[in-house]
Design a protein around this ligand. Structure first.
Ligand code: IMP
Ligand code: MG
Length: 188
């Protein structure tokens, strides 16, 4: 890219074009609000944040640096692979080494879309008997959401459009873009 990513109005990632949607400054304000909500809710409870890699690295860092509450953070990954039966894709939680029994856990996600990923994580964590589990998401698409779990702390609600930037990717690319960029509708 010849121009700085902050001044261009379009960026191409693989076969798709994206245009600026939320600025880095808008995200900062929204993340600061979420940090305030979490500080108020968990004061004195030493919550354990579980960031979901890869996408949540940005939000996890931006959230953590704004929290005053004593807390811990660790990272997990959700791996999808094709099962051997006809049940199709099987999801597995990897990297959870902490004992979460009796702890207040906050899952930190880049985006909640249909909710399939978050539902799977909630179910896996529930088996380990935490004191509570909440979800903090940088972005939430309420129109796409198909599950019942409350998404407790949301920085920005967005319509059902595909976005990249600030940790979110299109097939591996775009995680480093500042702010949030939305896919451009084909014009012809
Ligand atoms: P789910 O449908 O809520 O399970 O979302 C699963 C995953 O899809 C998210 O964690 C993201 O990795 C990815 N995803 C959903 N929507 C978007 C998007 O607009 N941009 C980039 N990734 C997305
Ligand atoms: Mg993700």
């Amino acid at each position: 890219m010849a121009e700085s990513a902050t001044t261009v109005s379009r960026v191409k990632l693989h076969n798709m074009e994206f245009t600026p949607y939320l600025s880095a400054a808008e995200l900062e304000v929204a993340i600061a609000r979420v940090a305030g909500e979490i500080d108020a809710k968990y004061a004195g409870q030493r919550p354990l944040f579980l960031g979901v890699l890869n996408g949540a690295f940005f939000f996890a860092a931006e959230l953590m640096k704004r929290l005053d509450t004593e807390c811990e953070i660790s990272f997990i990954k959700v791996a999808s692979y094709l099962g051997t039966s006809s049940s199709g894709s099987v999801t597995q939680l990897i990297g959870l080494t902490e004992r979460i029994e009796g702890r207040h856990v906050v899952i930190v996600e880049d985006i909640v879309d249909t909710g399939g990923t978050i539902a799977h994580i909630m179910e896996e964590l529930a088996e380990r008997h935490p004191a509570s589990v909440a979800v903090a998401a940088l972005l939430f698409k309420p129109d796409a959401y198909e599950r019942q779990y409350p998404i407790d702390h949301v920085a920005v609600r967005i319509p059902n459009v595909f976005v990249v930037g600030s940790g979110l990717d299109h097939d591996g690319l775009g995680r480093n873009l500042p702010g949030i960029w939305r896919i451009l509708e084909p014009t012809s």
